[in-house]
Every structure is written in C-alpha cells, then in structure tokens.
Design a protein around this ligand. Structure first.
Ligand code: PAF
Length: 282
C-alpha cells in the first residue's frame, strides 16, 4: 500500500491506473479506523480493481464548539489496518493541501440537510458535501463507499452526486455493530465504561421500534413514545433527536406504510452518538 499526501501525486497515479482500464473505488474517511471502516474497504476491494482510502479530518464540517481538535487521529495504526485489508492507496492530505487558501466555493444540498443532524449541526453537511466533491474530483472514482450509520450523510452524498452529474456510483454499506449492539464509531472511544453501558439503550430502542413495526404498529407517535420511555431509563443518555421519517425526503412520517428510517442522536458524556435502523412496514 502506498501512502500519498499530495493531490498532484494521487491524480498522476490514478491517471496511470485508469489507462489500464481499471475501476477505482474510493472510501472517504476521517481515519481512526474500526471494523465499520474496514467493511467499506473490503467492499471496495471486492467490487473495484483499485481501492483508495482517504483520511482527512475535515475542519469545515465541524462547528466551532465541536471536537475537531480532539478528534482521534492515528495514521500509523490506520495505515497498518488499511494495508491488511488490501487497500492500494492511502490518500492522507494535510489541511493546507486540501484548503491552500480560503475556500470561497461551497456545495450545499438543500432540504434533506435541514432535518435530523443538519438541524443540530448547522453547516455540517455543507462541509461534508464540499469536501466529498473535492475528493471525487481528485480521485475520480467509479464507486464511492459510505456507511449507513451516517444515513443522512449517505443520502446527501447520493443526491449531490446525482444533481451535479458526478460519473460514479455511491454505495451504502450496512452499519457494523459491536456484539452487544453498539454501532461502531470513532467517537465510542470518548465513552467511559459506564457511559458505554448506558449507550446500549440507543440500539436497544431501535430494536424495540423494529419489533413494534413487525407486530403491526404503524403509528410513529406510539413508537416514539415507547423508545423515549426506554431511553429515559438511562440518565447518562441525553437524546438530541429521534425521527421516524421517509427514507428519501427524511421528512417525519404520520403513518408507517412501507419503508421508514428511524434515526436518533444522543449525547453520552463527551460523545455525540448517532444510530438508525431502516424498517419495512407490513
Ligand atoms: O463520514 C466521514 O468520515 C466524513 O464525514 C467524510 C465522509 C469522510 C467527509 O469528511
């Protein structure tokens, strides 16, 4: 695996690879790898001739009071893990390389960014859409892989790629969970053992919702109430939002007919955790 830090070099290398008619898969990340990231890389390996993983902790998607400085970074361990799953190129540019001067151009996906995490993290998805479109232009992948844990991000990137005619396919990969159900996240390392135990109520509440739908419940209000009742049993967990919404528009549903997304965010100690489940109505 080759580590590349400049845009000029990654473009030159991939231009060469493309000459051999090879397909390129991109896994954009902020590093601090766990099994969730590795699942994206494995999927890219399966489906593409050349796999590129980018590591860039993107300052423009963090709000002023968020954890940009504290966000865990470990290039040494990340590169070992990426190499082990067979990544071909690890693209790890610096902030100066990505943003050599003030960025005056931004990519803004409307409507689907006003809700869920977008309502709490103002400007977050503009930062994500802008950096992802920069990465798409640098790597020019045929396929780009994103985790379903960040479901709203996946939908924002899909819509951006469609609206801006990026010639690539955005692929969503299922959330990877710890054995006890906790969704894998780089921010889980902020949790104390007591907080980690409390955080399990989030995935438990999603399972409860899914069971209620399986048993015929169609009323989002009933499901929401039961979930909140369960989550409130854990005083260390502060729910930020809980949404039962359409899987495409991300607007709240008044009745569950076919599919629904149940998504939530909560603060547990220093960590802001998100999780979701896609459910099929009866
Ligand atoms: O999900 C992430 O790690 C980031 O939001 C992404 C997609 C790499 C953009 O910075």
């Amino acid at each position: 695996m080759k580590i590349v830090t400049t845009i000029k070099e990654i473009k030159a290398i991939l231009k060469q690879e493309r000459r051999g008619d090879k397909t390129i898969g991109l896994v954009p990340t902020m590093g601090c790898f766990h099994e969730g990231h590795l699942a994206l890389m494995r999927r890219a390996k399966e489906e593409c001739d050349v796999t590129v993983t980018s590591i860039f902790v993107n300052p423009t998607q963090f709000g002023p009071s968020e954890d940009f400085e504290a966000y865990p970074r470990d290039l040494k361990s990340d590169s070992k893990m990426a190499e082990k799953v067979g990544v071909d190129y690890l693209f790890a540019p610096s902030v100066e390389e990505m943003y050599p001067e003030e960025n005056l151009t931004h990519v803004n996906v409307e409507k689907i960014t006003d809700v869920l995490c977008g309502a709490c993290r103002i400007g977050h998805f503009q930062g994500v859409a802008t950096v992802v479109s920069k990465l798409f232009n640098m790597v020019n992948p045929d396929f780009a892989y994103f985790g379903e844990k960040d479901y709203q991000q996946l939908m924002v990137v899909k819509r951006m790629a469609k609206d801006l005619n990026f010639d690539l396919q955005v692929v969503g990969v299922s959330t990877v969970r710890e054995e006890d159900g906790l969704a894998m996240s780089s921010r889980n390392r902020y949790l104390s053992s007591e907080e980690r135990k409390a955080a399990l109520v989030l995935s438990k509440s999603l399972r409860l919702a899914s069971e209620m739908v399986e048993n015929g419940e169609k009323n989002p209000g009933e499901i929401r109430e039961s979930m909140i009742r369960l989550i409130k049993k854990e005083p260390l967990v502060n729910l930020e939002y809980l949404s039962i919404c359409d899987t495409i528009s991300l607007r709240e549903l008044t009745i569950i007919k076919r599919e629904a997304l149940i998504a939530l965010a909560a603060r547990v100690g220093k960590a802001r955790l998100i999780d979701n489940i896609l459910i099929k109505g009866n």
